[in-house]
Design a protein around this ligand. Structure first.
Ligand SMILES: Cc1cc2nc3c(=O)[nH]c(=O)nc-3n(C[C@H](O)[C@H](O)[C@H](O)COP(=O)(O)OP(=O)(O)OC[C@H]3O[C@@H](n4cnc5c(N)ncnc54)[C@H](O)[C@@H]3O)c2cc1C
Length: 422
């Protein structure tokens, strides 16, 4: 039953992807700005032909099930694919599996009406448009119960008011999925929000400012204001008050894909470092022969392999039972590790490259910054660690005695009872 083999046919696809990313796609990272700027002439000229190659190979939008024209690969294969794509900022968009469009397409596929699917989902899957998921607000993203944006029903229209923060790709999006409070009186605080699909350009939607973080080429994360934005009643996705349940649909798989892309970034950092340590001499010795350097390299390799195994195990489990709820602990552990592993390995790579390592000629500072980004976006590390621990302690009973049952004296006495020895 246990096997770490990859099917030969799929391995051939992975090998093709690996060469394609390293031979062509990764050079787009130097050439182009935002990966969501699909109407830019340079995007059309350089990205569209590469996307055509992916389509011809049958690897386009692999996250989708066969009913939507995808391969139905499942999480394990998607994880292995993302391990290759993550080496390049443009990898995901060239393969039609970029965030936030993947998650948004899953929500539309699950909850959209036939008309919404035709209008939004079909062009989204072709990357003829891109989308935005607007949930976080300026007053606090890690606690989604602090959402203040409201949607109230007036006649046959929803009227939305509020502010959104760090809404990625807002300025390029053809539509938004927005989370707003519809049922403030609901006793369960997780049943107060709903998700809506809203066309960009609807009156009342404003981008106040776009933000960027160090290492990014363009400002793609919007602070938005929504003032009396009126949309038809049927713009609601899923049931009213079930916004969190609807949003969950996009999270599980997405976190694993991000994890494998982070693994790809860390692997790249380690590869570059390997070349550095066999090329440079200091104090009469090649760098890698210094034991403190070996200590760093060994830790990095071990950390990478452990992380890879955890992500692949989680992906495998997801394929077995298709129940993300049961995998909360694994997924949260993956979420915590992706930021730590990338942080540790990209910092080590930067350090071992010396002064060159901190220059903009090297990618390491960007990867370090990405590691911080991964630790706070989509729920900060602290919150995910809490999930790991809550799951770990589920069903663990406190000791009824001051001294635990596993003390040697008590164990010996119990052994005596079991084996009839006095
Ligand atoms: C690159 C990027 C892209 C993003 N894209 C989107 C997007 O497209 N759509 C969208 O809606 N949002 C997006 N976000 C927002 C993201 O989801 C939030 O940044 C995240 O949820 C954290 O919220 P916050 O930034 O308000 O931090 P805060 O909520 O202010 O938290 C700040 C820090 O406080 C600490 N903290 C918070 N809660 C706890 C706790 N319970 N226990 C202990 N410590 C805690 C943590 O150290 C945390 O990092 C994006 C963010 C980034 C960085």
């Amino acid at each position: 039953m246990w096997s770490f083999d990859t099917e030969p046919a799929f391995q051939r696809e992975l090998d093709w992807v690996r060469d394609f990313i390293r031979g062509e796609v990764q050079f787009l990272d130097e050439l182009l700005g935002s990966a969501w700027n699909i109407h830019d002439e340079a995007f059309k000229k350089h990205v569209r032909p590469l996307q055509a190659k992916v389509k011809a190979r049958g690897l386009w939008a692999c996250h989708l099930g066969p009913e939507l024209g995808g391969k139905g690969y499942g999480q394990l294969k998607l994880a292995l694919l993302n391990e290759q794509l993550g080496r390049s900022r443009f990898g995901p968009i060239v393969f039609g599996i970029q965030a936030p469009d993947t998650g948004n397409s899953e929500i539309l596929a699950h909850f959209g009406t036939a008309e919404q699917k035709k209008t939004w989902l079909e062009p989204l899957l072709e990357n003829n448009i891109v989308s935005c998921f607007a949930m976080t607000e300026p007053q606090g993203g890690a606690d989604p119960l602090q959402i203040e944006t409201t949607a109230r029903l007036e006649d046959d229209e929803w009227v939305i008011n509020g502010e959104k923060w760090f809404a990625t790709s807002a300025k390029y999006a053809a539509f938004f999925l927005i989370m707003a409070v519809t049922d403030p009186e609901a006793t369960d605080p997780y049943k107060r929000q709903s998700i809506f699909v809203v066309p960009a350009g609807t009156a009342g939607i404003e981008i106040l400012r776009d933000y960027t973080y160090l290492g990014e080429k363009e400002a793609d994360h919007a602070h938005m204001r929504w003032t009396d934005v009126r949309i038809p009643r049927e713009s609601l996705l899923g049931e009213r008050g079930m916004g969190f349940a609807v949003a969950q649909v996009r999270l599980g798989g997405g976190r694993l894909h991000h994890a494998m892309r982070a693994l790809a970034e860390a692997t790249k950092c380690l590869e570059f470092t390997c070349q550095r340590v066999v090329s440079r001499t200091t104090k009469g010795q090649i760098l890698w022969k210094h034991q403190m350097v070996q200590d760093k390299l060994a830790d990095a390799w071990i950390q990478l392999r452990q992380f890879r195994l955890l992500v692949l195990e989680t992906a495998w489990l997801a394929d077995q039972n298709n129940d993300w709820h049961k995998l909360q602990q694994n997924v949260s552990a993956v979420k915590v590790m992706m930021s730590k592993v990338l942080h540790d390995i990209s910092s080590m790579a930067l350090h071992l490259h010396g002064s060159l390592g901190i220059t903009t000629q090297m990618p390491f500072a960007n990867h370090v910054m990405n590691s911080f980004m991964l630790g706070l976006a989509d729920g900060p590390t602290e919150v995910h660690k809490s999930v790991v621990v809550k799951n770990m302690l589920k069903g663990v009973e406190p000791s009824t005695d001051q001294f635990p049952e596993y003390m040697a004296d008590k164990s010996t006495a119990r052994a005596g009872e079991i084996f009839n020895q006095q």
